[in-house]
Design a binder for this molecule. Structure first.
Ligand SMILES: Cc1cc2nc3c(=O)[nH]c(=O)nc-3n(C[C@H](O)[C@H](O)[C@H](O)COP(=O)(O)OP(=O)(O)OC[C@H]3O[C@@H](n4cnc5c(N)ncnc54)[C@H](O)[C@@H]3O)c2cc1C
Length: 421
């Protein structure tokens, strides 16, 4: 490489590429019409743009992002990926999502830093062990690796765990899911933006959708801070803001924005080689490649749009962590941040098309599961938008399940027995 750089004949763009200085995606003129407009420059919007352009030849696509790409949950999450959801419909989708990461790294030619470290969920009661047993059976039924562990096996996996009777909630067992792990969230945002741009999609940062235009039963475009844009098809993928965007056409979604907070400790020598979650303590943790322990918790209880961290949460997190990982006593937190989760009553997402208006698609309600599912959902939402027909795997997630009282059983998966992120 150094020889090439000393060679005067190397073109400047080549030099930039060799040095890794080439821009990953570029700016494009904001047109007054697009075939498809996607609201939200998070993982879901970017992945959908990427697959529309790459796999369906639909390149007249704009991603409209009011701030910068990754400003929402996509740039704030704790990057946990796994497939052992609670219900079969969800397990199938997340399993495909988990298997997609290595392929995506190749396709995008971008290192997404997939760290397949496995996820251990702790059970702190016999009821939680029973719930794990059901979850393990469901996962295994769908050919997803998941196993039940006793406390001693949990300790062998994570020697730092306190499996004695000392903690307020002693450990009764665990559920281990080997295929899961961590993927670097910023890299996913940047890699998808790179791929979407390369295949012809436009990414517009600083463009806020302020209104949605309709004509009779059809979506016709959006009003933005940069003027009107007409479109044939429109998709709402606005994360925590999805419900308020849908309200622009009078659609009231069963989605509530809730704050989720996360933090990292000072860097430590490697001691935690898996993601560990505890429902009873409302706490999960993993050690990053830098050595920091990244940790998150349940959502704040009140519906709100705040992304301000709270002192209460810092105290809760410190106390909870030290209960099951007592070696962390005295370790300092270095950074704390918060983001929004768009939460549905059954903790499963809503993916639908031609809802209320022809040409209106929604991909919302991801709560704290929308990172791991981003690329696979983008792939299937692109198919939905291109073919105007829901792929089979998305059908159970239609909005009408709330009208028909067909709630999915993911709620217990997240809250009752420690199934976090
Ligand atoms: C602290 C935290 C930890 C989490 N941990 C995990 C985890 O470990 N694993 C996991 O799977 N998930 C996790 N999540 C959830 C995950 O981050 C989200 O579900 C996911 O990022 C949603 O992606 P998205 O593309 O749908 O939305 P977002 O990433 O939120 O993107 C939506 C974008 O829309 C933009 N927007 C909003 N309104 C408008 C408008 N009117 N006009 C234009 N643009 C607009 C926003 O600025 C935003 O950038 C976590 C979330 C948080 C906050």
């Amino acid at each position: 490489m150094s020889l090439k750089l000393r060679n005067n004949q190397v073109k400047s763009s080549e030099t930039r590429a060799i040095c890794g200085l080439e821009r990953l995606w570029g700016t494009s003129p904001l047109k007054s019409h697009y075939d498809v407009v996607l609201i939200g420059g998070g993982i879901h919007g970017l992945a959908t743009a990427y697959y529309l352009a790459k796999e369906h030849g639909i390149k007249d696509v704009a991603v409209l992002e009011r701030r910068y790409i990754g400003y929402g949950g996509s740039g704030r999450n704790t990057a946990i990926v796994r497939a052992n959801q609670r219900t079969q419909e969800n397990v199938k989708l997340y399993d495909e999502g988990l298997k997609l990461w290595p392929k995506l790294i190749d396709e995008l030619d971008f290192n997404l830093m997939f760290f397949n470290c496995g996820n251990l969920n702790l059970a702190h009661s016999e009821a939680a062990v029973s719930a794990f047993r059901l979850a393990v059976s469901t996962a295994n039924f769908c050919n997803v690796q998941s196993e039940l562990l006793d406390p001693q096996q949990c300790k062998e996996l994570v020697p730092a765990l306190d499996i004695s009777d000392r903690p307020y909630h002693p450990i009764h067992g665990g559920m281990y899911h080997g295929p899961g792990g961590i993927v670097r969230h910023d890299a996913v945002v940047w890699g998808l933006a790179k791929g979407a741009f390369k295949h012809g999609a436009h990414i517009h940062q600083g463009v806020e959708v302020l209104g949605i235009d309709t004509d009779g039963q059809k979506i016709t475009g959006v009003q933005t801070n940069r003027g009107s844009i007409s479109c044939n098809r429109l998709a709402v993928m606005a994360g925590g803001y999805s419900a308020s965007v849908c309200e622009m056409v009078g659609m009231e979604l069963p989605v509530h924005p809730l704050t989720i907070q996360a933090m990292v400790t000072q860097p430590l020598k490697p001691f935690l080689h898996h993601v560990v979650s505890s429902g009873a303590y409302h706490c999960y943790a993993n050690q990053t490649l830098k050595g920091e322990v990244a940790t998150g918790a349940h959502m704040d209880p009140q519906v709100n749009y705040s992304t301000t961290p709270t002192a209460w949460y810092m105290k809760h997190q410190a106390e909870a962590l030290c209960e099951f990982l007592p070696c962390l006593k005295g370790v300092k937190f270095m950074r704390i941040w918060a983001g929004l989760a768009d939460m549905t009553p059954d903790m499963a997402p809503i993916m639908d098309g031609n809802v209320m208006y022809d040409g209106l698609f929604i991909d919302v309600g991801w709560g704290y599961f929308g990172f791991k599912s981003g690329p696979i959902t983008g792939k299937y939402m692109a198919e939905f938008i291109a073919d105007d027909e829901a792929p089979d795997i998305l059908k159970p997630f239609a909005l009408n399940r709330f009208l028909e009282n067909r709630y999915m059983g993911e709620t217990a998966g997240a809250t009752n027995y420690g199934h976090w992120n």
